[in-house]
Design a protein around this ligand. Structure first.
Ligand code: F6P
Length: 349
């Protein structure tokens, strides 16, 4: 594919993708449809409370989470957009079962229409996450989603932050676009995102520390010990509580993001959903030169048994992800050697 200049509109980029690989024509059409929906969602979010109470509670979703008004708006907008695209089936966080749109179409889309719901209504970044797979023919509409993440033809997310950004991969690097609000179109801002191998920033919900596995505790403990610990460098911590925003930071300047499994009821496999959160992020991260595992296993090799299945996620700079794997492999220290993890420590259950 020819090198594209910063500022290139998304439609020009998608035309190039299709020109380079005609097999991606339909996939590019789905990305265009999601981008179109995202422009509308971005406008709703941009009006904030002027548009009504976007955090107003509604029904419970598949997760048992209470849906907020914006969750429902985003779900309706993306579903509507996907109806006009070559999409057979959709697995959405906001729908219990697989939705059949156009059974004869070639693609299956897993989507979280509104990621980071706890940030709705407080003017913080939220997002839309998606992974696009080929349809597996047959009666079973879930079959297309029971394939490894390596079958994703494209994956991406939109983050509705100070700027609205679309980060996407078609398996040829990870590209980032920003919504040009004056023109109503996304424009290229990075043709090949590159995550540095080494980093000094980590993202984790530390309030769950007492529920973590020993390897995660040990990893975070050594980050906290900084130059006084075995990592011999000082770390910074950032946790926005909105995966898309945390991952965009990791993609942009490196770092490691962790949402591990923990011992809380229902959290053995963490919080994030394999199909429409973890696998798309894993593809974006790998395509930007990073790594994505559940602490041990490569995310993109995992197969979901059900469409709302969860998976732990450790992803970002390769050195940091490898370090977490080392702890899981038993290669690192005994928890409890630092005061923070001692009997009366902060991090010990
Ligand atoms: O459900 C997804 C999500 O909102 C992510 O966007 C975010 O990283 C995570 O949950 C936040 O979880 P917690 O509330 O445990 O910090």
């Amino acid at each position: 594919m020819a090198d594209l200049a910063v500022g290139t509109p998304l439609d020009v980029y998608l035309a190039q993708v299709t020109q380079a690989d005609a097999g991606l024509h339909d996939t590019a059409a789905v990305v265009a449809a999601i981008a179109e929906a995202a422009i509308g969602i971005s406008a709703v979010i941009g009006r904030g409370a002027l548009g009504g109470d976007l955090a107003a509670s509604g029904e419970q979703n598949s997760d048992g989470d209470v849906q907020k008004a914006l969750d429902v708006i985003a779900h309706e907008r993306v579903t509507e957009a996907l109806r006009g695209a070559p999409v057979a089936t959709v697995a959405s966080e906001e729908a219990e079962g697989v939705m059949v749109l156009n059974a004869a179409a070639p693609l299956a889309v897993a989507i979280d229409p509104l990621d980071g719901s706890s940030n709705i209504g407080v003017n913080m970044a939220v997002g839309t996450v998606f992974g696009i797979r080929p349809v597996v023919a047959g009666e079973d509409v879930e079959a297309s989603f029971r394939t490894p993440g390596t079958t994703q033809l494209a994956a991406g997310f939109v983050s509705y932050g100070p700027a609205t950004a679309l980060i996407v991969t078609f398996g040829q690097g990870t590209q980032s676009f920003v919504l040009d609000r004056d023109q109503g179109k996304f424009r290229l801002t990075a043709a090949a995102m590159k995550i540095p191998a080494a980093a000094k920033e980590y993202a984790v919900n530390a309030s769950n520390a007492r529920f973590w596995d020993p390897p995660v505790k040990a990893f975070v403990e050594d980050c906290l010990r900084g130059t006084e610990g075995p990592r011999d460098k000082d770390f910074n911590m950032r946790w926005l509580g909105s995966m898309v925003a945390d991952i965009q930071r990791v993609l942009t300047r490196g770092g490691v993001f962790l949402y591990p499994g923990d011992s809380r009821k229902g959290y053995a496999r963490g919080r994030l959903r394999l199909l429409y959160e973890v696998a798309p992020v894993a593809m974006l991260i790998e395509q930007a030169g990073g790594a994505a595992t559940d602490g041990q296993e490569r995310i993109l090799d995992m197969v979901a048994a059900g469409i709302h299945e969860r998976a732990p996620l450790v992803c970002g700079s390769t050195d940091e992800v490898a370090c977490v794997s080392t702890y899981y492999a038993g290669g690192k220290p005994d928890a409890g050697r630092s005061p923070l993890f001692g009997q009366r420590g902060l991090m010990r259950p």
